[in-house]
Design a protein around this ligand. Structure first.
Ligand code: ZN
Length: 125
């Protein structure tokens, strides 16, 4: 949602927000973030640190599953363990992965709303 529209919304009490805008803001806030690929090799980033109320940190792991020893890891070819590639690839996700429960609730609300129209004019005018 663009900034101008957001500013107009925040001039209203939340109870007066049109449902479509309320849903859009909630979805924007709680959607799982798009984690970019590694800026060095284009590979998939994996979670390196999370929890404790801190942002989730992703990085291009120097390790991969070792097919010769199931359950074990090996260092990827061309890597030297926790290296410059790893440091330079780190991506911090301040949304901490979003919230799938909120997204599910928004989905169910939208389904219900399709079946039950708004009653009166108080909510969606
Ligand atoms: Zn990489």
């Amino acid at each position: 949602m663009d900034r101008k529209r957001m500013r107009k919304l925040y001039e209203l009490e939340e109870g007066q927000w049109p449902e479509a805008d309320l849903l859009a803001v909630v979805r924007e806030r709680y959607a799982a973030p798009a984690i970019p690929p590694c800026r060095i090799c284009g590979g998939e980033l994996s979670i390196q640190a999370s929890g404790g109320g801190k942002p989730t940190v992703y990085g291009c792991s120097p390790y991969e599953d070792d097919p010769a020893e199931p359950g074990m890891l090996r260092i990827k070819e061309g890597r030297t363990g926790v290296d410059q590639h790893y440091s330079d690839s780190r991506h911090t996700d301040y949304k901490q992965g979003g919230d799938s429960l909120v997204m599910e609730l928004a989905r169910r609300f939208e389904l219900l709303r399709a079946m039950v129209p708004v009653i009166g004019e108080a909510v969606d005018s």
